[in-house]
Design a protein around this ligand. Structure first.
Ligand code: C5P
Length: 227
C-alpha cells in the first residue's frame, strides 16, 4: 500500500491529536504532535526567565535556540511518544496552563518556527506520517496527500480541554481555559509568519457535534480513498 503524508491542522483543542494518534495507529504510521515541540521550547524559555517573569526578554531566546534538544521517545506502556527537552521527560509540564499561556507568543518568533519546521520536514521525509499542528498543510507539508482542517465552537473546545486538565489533576477554572483557547487562536491566526489558516486543498472538518468514533471513521474513510 502506498504511504502518504497526512496533515491535520486546526484551532486549539479541537481534538486534533486524539484523532491523529488513532489514525497513525490504524495505518501503522508515525505520529508527530508539533504543538508539543512549540510547548517544549516555551518551557525552556520560562525556565530561563525569558518569558512570564518580571524581566521578560523573549527575543533573547533566539540566541539560546542551539542549546535546545528536542526528542520524541515512544512509551510502550502509554502507547504514544513523549516529549523530551534536553534529555528530560517534560510531557506533563508542557501541557499545563502556564506553558499554554505563553506558547503562542513563542510560536510567533520566526527563528523558532524555522528551527521546528526544519525538524518536522525531516521527520516526514519518508512519508507514512500523521502530523498535527497549525501550519502543517500550508508550510510543513504543502504537498501532503490528505489535509484536514479541524474546528469546533470555542465553548466546546474549552470544555474538552478543561476536562482533560482536571483529569490530569491540574487545578483550573473553565473560564480561564476558555480565555486561553480564544487568546491563542487570536494570536495564532493573526501572526506574521505562517499564521493558522486552512490550506485551499484541506477538508474543513467541524466536530462540534461529533463523537470520537464518528470523527475517526470519517477521516479514516478519507484516507482509504487515497491509499
Ligand atoms: O497543539 P497545541 O495546542 O499543543 O499547540 C500549542 C501552541 O503551539 C499553539 O497554540 C500554537 O501557538 C503553537 N503551534 C504552532 N504551530 C504548530 C503547532 C503549534 O504555532 N504547528
Amino acid at each position: 500500500m502506498e504511504k502518504i503524508t497526512i496533515a491535520i491542522d486546526g484551532y486549539s483543542s479541537t481534538g486534533k491529536s486524539t484523532i491523529a494518534k488513532q489514525l497513525a495507529k490504524a495505518l501503522g504510521y508515525i505520529y508527530v504532535d508539533t504543538g508539543a515541540m512549540y510547548r517544549a521550547v516555551t518551557l525552556f524559555a520560562i525556565r530561563n526567565g525569558l518569558v512570564g517573569g518580571k524581566h521578560e526578554n523573549i527575543h533573547a531566546l533566539v540566541q539560546l535556540l542551539p542549546k535546545i534538544r528536542l526528542k520524541f521517545i515512544y512509551n510502550d506502556d502509554l502507547g504514544f511518544s513523549e516529549m523530551y527537552l534536553n534529555n528530560e521527560n517534560v510531557e506533563n509540564e508542557i501541557r499545563g496552563l502556564e506553558v499554554s499561556k505563553h506558547v503562542s507568543r513563542v510560536a510567533e518568533i520566526e527563528e523558532v518556527r524555522h528551527m521546528l519546521v526544519d525538524m518536522q520536514k525531516k521527520m516526514g521525509k519518508e512519508k507514512g506520517i500523521v502530523m498535527d499542528g497549525r501550519d502543517i498543510g500550508t508550510v510543513v507539508f504543502p504537498d501532503a496527500e490528505l489535509k484536514i482542517f479541524m474546528d469546533a465552537s470555542p465553548e466546546k473546545r474549552a470544555y474538552r480541554r478543561y476536562r482533560e486538565l482536571l483529569e490530569k489533576g491540574q487545578k483550573v477554572s473553565y473560564d480561564d481555559v476558555l480565555k486561553n483557547v480564544q487568546h491563542r487562536d487570536q494570536i495564532d491566526s493573526s501572526r506574521e509568519f505562517s499564521p493558522l489558516k486552512k490550506a485551499d486543498d484541506a477538508i474543513a472538518f467541524d466536530n462540534s457535534d461529533m463523537g470520537l468514533k464518528e470523527q475517526f471513521e470519517r477521516i479514516y474513510n478519507y484516507t482509504l480513498r487515497i491509499i
